[in-house]
Design a protein around this ligand. Sequence first.
Ligand code: UDP
Length: 352
Amino acid sequence: MKVLTIIGARPQFIKAAVVSRAFKEHRPEVQEIIVHTGQHYDANMSDVFFDELEIPKPDYNLGIGGGSHGQNTGRMIEKLEALMMKVRPQWVLVYGDTDSTLAGALAAAKLHIAVAHVEAGLRSFNRRMPEEINRVLTDHIAEILFAPTETGRQNLLNEGIPEEKIKLVGDVMYDASLFYKGKARKPALPHELNIKDGDFVLCTIHRAENTDDPQRLSGIFQGLGDSGETIALPMHPRTRGKIADYNIAIPDNVWVIHPVGYLEMVWLESNCRLVATDSGGVQKEAYFFGKPCVTMRDETEWIELVEAGWNTLSGTDSKEISTALLAHTAPQSNPFYGDGAIAQKIVARMFG
Ligand code: UDP
């Protein structure tokens, strides 16, 4: 029995780490073959996750990254198709919403290989996001859809996907947060960044809708600056490039560091006062570690955290951001993301 796992971007390495471990522990008879498409290739966006999360080294690395969406997706489909014809797995396993996800799903479907999609059913209802297109198409190709939330399950039903294909299992990122929190490690930080007593805001920005729009990106930095809060910002390479292109000044209260590994990220998330982000995964991790979150987007796929009062949608207007960063929130309820054994359920459903 073979499963071909396709990963390519940072959040996928983290999700695959827990599922891969579940295969080894609970279905050792299954041979997992891991393909890294090469979408994220910097050492601190890729290698560090394989090393510290003990993900098996990829069996294949396609080395495809750095192009446009169309170039990357097309090249991935071509190489993945050839690989799938060689390996002939029972399942192709894809995660989330990147170009690697869609390319893997499309290549498999045309070869009549069943696709399993982890993190199915998430919707922003904003078709201008490349991630939204990737998710919708992948969900309509997949044979088994692992939804992390009831909202996700409902979205799939609303799109006419047969109920028997949908498995509401919970969020594998919750498994990851439980498994790795005991291994969290403080990152190297600038001396001047005084983060004692947890009085700092952890910030990440990487979503194309923000980085590729000079007005939105400058609104974010203006808002972070106006808040006057001490802010630690592990900066995504895409954001770094765009800030230079648009000549945006980094405010004095914002401390930019390199992207950190997951164990260091968990330390920052566990020790900060508040999280400000446009990331999908980081919104939930804020909640997993008991921190309020300001999401610098106009909508979110994780709506239950907004409804429960853990997450505030600020958009990218500077005034909205600075006000939200200084507000005191009082969450009303605790959304359920599963029981921490989600990866185990996923492998059992695939090879039960
Ligand atoms: N992350 C990390 N180091 C960083 C920033 C993020 O390990 O410097 C982790 C974060 O903890 C989360 C995942 O990367 O688990 C989220 O990835 P990202 O924000 O790139 O993508 P998204 O979740 O928006 O798809």
